[in-house]
Design a binder for this molecule. Structure first.
Ligand code: FO1
Length: 341
């Protein structure tokens, strides 16, 4: 199969809004997919994609701006959520942490009146201990992630967006909060005034991330929170330019369905930032980086806006993934949609 050559990414080249002609069909074994994602919602689609694509044809670029130091440990929640989900280890109720977990460490921490607001299961703790000790020995997060995935039998490639420290800071009516303080300790109730990513100016995407974007025949934005999961990845130098200049199909799946976020604070943040709570808001935000946008059936009415006003190919389908079969079905439809001429 004459695989399309990944275009050399010429900065500033105006991307054609229409899907390029030389598009691989999803059935081709050669279709290489690179997906950008954050936590629980994105990981569900990543799992679906991993059931359809061989390991060497799916690379996941994961947000690390949720990372934080806690009890002397470096914790990378989105990397762990993706890794556990692909390893079929994730807690099915929460999406984060490990299924059938025990909580003996937390119980003892509570006896010491330690910080129990961020719940660390005994098995999950092993991940944080190993990652932290390897980081202290000087190993980069990319190497550590590859090792942990290998040891858990995860064969698809999970890439931290950068090996540099980048931290989401949420400025709220209760002050500036780290992401986990905002999201977990305060249960995302503080009113968001602005969001920024500390350290982003001096961070670089890893060479593995750049290579996977260059090699991709299809690039996907998983249904993750745009503000705190996808924006940190897109804020890394050169990533936006690479995506805007790319000539392969680039498709985002809306994290907003019928005016609601499936999970988490996306809709609430939109409201607090004065944005309309709609898939169109997400499509507008990324329109210069995309060729296609996936809406849920409940948002069929927005198909025309996405297609005519935003010039994006629309796909309207069931995007709420409430079962393994639904995750695979959405993944299959997104891949077929991206491969359409
Ligand atoms: N989310 C919570 O809402 N409460 C928790 O106690 C919690 C603990 C936790 C431990 C490890 C981990 O990898 C993730 C954890 N999460 C928890 C999720 C975490 O806040 C993520 O940042 C979200 O999933 C958003 O990506």
């Amino acid at each position: 199969m004459n695989e399309p050559t990944s275009p050399s990414l010429i900065p500033g080249q105006t991307p054609s809004q229409t899907l390029p002609a030389n598009k691989p069909s999803v059935g081709d074994s050669g279709v290489k997919v690179t997906a950008l994602l954050g936590g629980v919602g994105g990981a569900k689609l990543a799992w679906g994609l991993a059931q359809l694509l061989p390991p060497q044809h799916l690379t996941l670029i994961v947000n690390t701006a949720d990372d934080f130091e806690h009890l002397g440990l470096h914790i990378s929640p989105d990397l762990d959520t993706v890794m556990y989900t692909l390893a079929n280890l994730a807690n099915p109720q929460t999406g984060w942490g490990i299924r059938d977990e025990s909580w003996n460490m937390m119980a003892m921490l509570g006896r010491y009146a330690g910080p129990t607001w961020f719940r660390l299961g005994d098995g999950d703790l092993a991940t944080h201990l190993l990652r932290s000790s390897w980081l202290h020995e000087g190993f980069p997060l990319t190497w550590i992630t590859r090792e942990l995935c290998k040891l858990l039998g995860v064969r698809h490639t999970v890439l931290p967006m950068t090996d540099a420290p980048v931290r989401t800071v949420v400025d709220t009516d209760e002050g500036s909060l780290s992401f986990q303080e905002y999201f977990v300790r305060h249960q995302w109730q503080p009113i968001v005034r602005s969001i920024h990513f500390k350290g982003i100016e001096s961070a670089q995407p890893t060479q593995e991330v750049v290579a996977s974007l260059r090699a991709a025949d299809v690039i996907l934005f998983c249904p993750s929170n745009p503000f705190v999961s996808l924006d940190p990845i897109l804020a890394l130098p050169a990533i936006r330019r690479m995506l805007a200049a790319s000539r392969v199909p680039r498709v985002a799946v809306s994290p907003i369905v019928a005016g609601q976020a499936i999970k988490g604070p996306t809709a609430k943040i939109m409201r607090e930032l004065g944005l309309e709570i709609s898939p169109v808001t997400v499509a507008q935000r990324y329109r210069d980086l995309l060729t296609g946008f996936v809406l849920d059936r409940q948002d069929e009415a927005m198909r025309a806006t996405v297609a005519t006003e935003l010039g994006l190919h629309p796909l309207v389908t069931d995007t709420v993934m409430q079962s393994d079969a639904a995750r695979i079905q959405l993944a299959r439809q997104v891949l077929e949609f991206a491969a359409q001429p």
